[in-house]
Design a protein around this ligand. Structure first.
Ligand code: ATP
Ligand code: MG
Length: 137
């Protein structure tokens, strides 16, 4: 059983997609352990995307993630890290398949509705960045 960090990004919150996204994860059979609507400060956003620090779009990415509330969640389930990435779909709107969250709802490479951790290590780091360990059910 794995845990992962899933976040509805500011564009997804503004577009009213929180319920749709929770639904998909619940229907898949995953378990929600914690969730919070929150504003992200620059320090938290930079730590979250630390692996992308050298990318030309890093500043734009931090601006975007701090531009409005996100809906941060911890989910648990069998192979959830890999399965959630499949449910989310590819980063590029040209590659995200219909039936995936990005394939169905995202049309921009930068503003793509949802984040999901890509490894066990990043899941642990990202959960700790957003949630107090004692607050997780
Ligand atoms: P995430 O980590 O948010 O789940 P991902 O793992 O699919 O997305 P990453 O390569 O980790 O993709 O990039 C993180 C985020 O940075 C992307 O989701 C997107 O918001 C932004 N991003 C990635 N590539 C670009 C780009 N070429 N131009 C602008 N923004 C980008
Ligand atoms: Mg990523």
């Amino acid at each position: 059983i794995q845990r992962t960090f899933i976040m509805v990004k500011p564009d997804g919150v503004k577009r009213g997609l929180i319920g749709e996204i929770i639904n998909r994860f619940e229907q898949k059979g995953f378990t929600l352990l914690n969730a919070e609507l929150m504003n992200v400060d620059r320090q938290k956003a930079e730590y979250h995307y630390m692996e992308l620090k050298e990318k030309p779009f890093f500043e734009e990415l931090v601006d975007f993630i701090t531009s409005g509330p996100v809906f941060a969640m911890v989910w648990e389930g069998e192979s959830i890290i890999e399965v959630s990435r499949i449910m989310i779909g590819k980063t590029s709107p040209l590659e995200a398949m219909p039936g995936t969250i990005r394939g169905d709802f995202a049309f921009s490479k930068a503003e793509n509705v949802i984040h999901g951790s890509d490894s066990l290590l990043s899941a642990e780091r990202e959960i700790a960045n957003f949630f107090d360990p004692l607050s997780i059910c």
